[in-house]
Design a protein around this ligand. Structure first.
Ligand SMILES: Nc1ncnc2c1ncn2[C@@H]1O[C@H](COP(=O)(O)OP(=O)(O)O)[C@@H](O)[C@H]1O
Ligand SMILES: [Mg+2]
Length: 252
């Protein structure tokens, strides 16, 4: 049933003397959410940056839709349908929602460079409705929205291109309250339901990870040390794994 979108094979990456990743193997399929957890410095963001074409791996390879691929840049990755929601979101706060949704892909009347505002508003409303994001008005400035709503718009923008096949989210729930986080988790669950894209989610809240993700991988010191289906693990097992590492490191 599952159709693999991205497979990571034996990927390694160093920064000078720091071995950020060694021999990483993972796989994610259409309609699936893979949760990636691990302490600060474990290598989670480095892995996401390799998948998004920002860093090149030192060793190993990526297999995208069954074909080995060398991602040359973020633009190259995006052209293949690999979209990333970065932590800083790249939103322009004093522009309205509908223009943020069209950032760098504004619709213009050719040959005159007038923005097709009405059409962009209509499409923005359609895109937000399609994935169940409740924003009162697409003409509201993004700066007036809550963190969760901004994050939701960033996710909508990533999948809005219509071409998204792999969505990467690096800690979208950090610094967000339970209600706000719930908004994003419901949105991810909706995208999963649609079944056409694969999602990798980095998050710290294990109960949210267990709830929304199909699988959980734990990254420790640049290696995946744990890989289980969410329904075969639990928050207490994940906490125990991470605390066991903590006890070893601190000698307590
Ligand atoms: N651009 C970089 N230059 C040098 N070291 C880096 C760079 N990016 C990450 N690192 C190092 O690689 C390791 C993994 O970092 P990172 O992937 O950001 O971890 P995480 O996202 O799990 O907190 C850390 O030791 C970090 O200091
Ligand atoms: Mg990180």
């Amino acid at each position: 049933m599952s159709e693999e979108v991205m497979r990571v094979e034996h990927v390694s990456k160093s920064f000078g003397p720091v071995q950020a990743l060694s021999d990483i193997n993972l796989s994610v399929s259409r309609g699936q959410i893979l949760g990636l957890i691990g302490d600060n410095g474990a290598g989670k963001s480095t892995l996401i940056k390799i998948l998004t074409g920002y860093h090149q791996p030192d060793g190993g390879r990526l297999v995208f839709e069954g074909q080995p691929v060398q991602l040359k840049s973020v633009t190259h990755a995006r052209s293949l349908g690999i979209e990333t929601v970065f932590q800083d979101l790249a939103m322009i706060n004093d522009l309205p929602v509908y223009l943020n949704l069209h950032l760098n892909k504004e619709l213009v009347h050719k040959p005159l460079p007038f923005l097709r505002r009405r059409e962009m508003k209509r499409r923005a409303r359609e895109a937000l409705d399609a994935i169940g994001i409740n924003i009162p008005s697409v003409t509201a400035e993004v700066g007036q929205l809550s963190g969760g709503q901004r994050q939701a718009i960033a996710v909508a923008r990533s999948v809005y291109s219509g071409n998204a096949k792999l969505l990467l989210l690096d800690e979208p729930l950090a610094a967000m309250g339970a209600k706000e986080g719930g908004l994003i988790l419901r949105l991810l669950a909706q995208l999963k339901q649609r079944g056409d894209i694969a999602i990798i989610l980095i998050a710290h809240n294990y109960s949210q990870v267990v709830d929304v993700c199909d699988r959980v991988n734990l990254l420790q010191h640049g290696e995946i040390t744990f890989d289980k289906a969410s329904k075969e693990t639990s928050v207490s097992e994940l906490l125990e794994l991470v605390h066991a590492e903590y006890r070893v490191n601190t000698g307590t």
